[in-house]
Design a protein around this ligand. Sequence first.
Ligand code: B12
Length: 360
Amino acid sequence: MFFSAYFHYSPCYAFYDPAKIIENYFAFCLCHVYISNPRMKQVDNPIRVASARSGLSTHAIRVWERRYGAVKPKRTGTNRRLYSDVEIERLTLLRLATASGHSIGNIATLPLAKLKSLVSEAEPEGRRARPGSPAQSFHDACLQAVKALDDRQLGEQLQRALVALGQQGLLRQLVAPLAQRTGELWRAGVITAAHEHFLTAALKVFLGNVAGQFASSPIAPAIVIATPAGQLHELGAVIINAAAAQLGWRTTYLGASLPAAEIAGAAIQSKAVAVALSIVYPEDDPHLPHELISLKHFLPAEVKILSGGRAAAAYSEILTRIEAIQPTDLDAFSLQLDALRKAASGREVGVNTPFLSRTI
Ligand code: B12
């Protein structure tokens, strides 16, 4: 029931209806509790659900079961495999542990608690900060503070990291990997949704304050930052807001899940040069293409749309159609902002010019 309440939720409508927001919020929390609490009633899931939730291919699940006895799913009358939530959690932990270097043959039959501690200790390949580097020790200390729900400690570590790593270093080397890692630990059942919310809330406040320190000039180019309707993950937007502010842009931060008309209205009012959208999850929202086309339609032709986030590539066809600039990472985003700034400063300002009230 909670699943259906949650997944049938349409953020566009809920946006205007406080009762719906509260109802959906509780459905959402219960959904998280349900997933992370093994004592609650277990549901049997077909292999495609086990695959989607664990991040493993159906082929890998079958092989790990047959060769290594990693899980022992039930079978339906027609011999189809059925996986419990605990088995899916187990598969997820096995994926994360193998990604950090453990061999499946050695860990396939370990107890769940042992797998959790393996994953908790390991850093995923590719996102590992240099051992002993300042970013690594801030990362570990922040993670400890998140696990302990210690906001004072978390705030202190972020503040020190800001001084030691600088603004850009903070965003790239600490905040982004920390969000990634927290998501993985939550998915693996090592931490709960409360920890994830705790980190998001703390980062929003901290990065909001950091962005505020770069009080921009009133003649600086303006950018509006949001996530489109249906996109509830906000950290990507918070990160690019801080990055743009640091580059001297006048940022108008609108937060998560905003309908196209609202985003366009804010861009027109603030005479924005650009609108930046963060698209994180899901990758297959059937309503999002319509939102993006509407945004293009509502915006003055000169206003550029920039898009990014882990799910943005899934909408690249429609993003290309609306002529969105699609930077692949924060460095590319910064370069694009520099180019837009130059283009804007060279432009003739006319009555209908939707950006700069003066040239810079
Ligand atoms: C915090 C969080 C939540 C919070 C969000 C609260 C909030 N106010 O934002 C809550 C608890 C609500 C939540 C809910 C869910 N979440 Co969540 N969440 C996260 C977490 C930890 C951070 C999310 C985030 O904002 N990321 C944004 C940034 C930090 O990451 P990024 O997209 O990779 O962005 C980088 C770049 O792409 C770039 N970037 C981002 N945006 C832009 C924009 C531009 C223009 C540019 C240039 C660059 C750029 O900057 C970032 C830094 O480099 C992630 C973990 C993660 N790895 O991201 C999971 C994660 C996104 N969630 C996930 C899931 C599955 C869910 C739920 C379905 C859980 C559930 N079963 O209920 C729900 C879905 C809700 C919904 N309908 O959307 C999965 C998504 C898996 C997938 N298939 O993609 C993730 C990846 C966790 C995981 N490892 O499984 N979540």
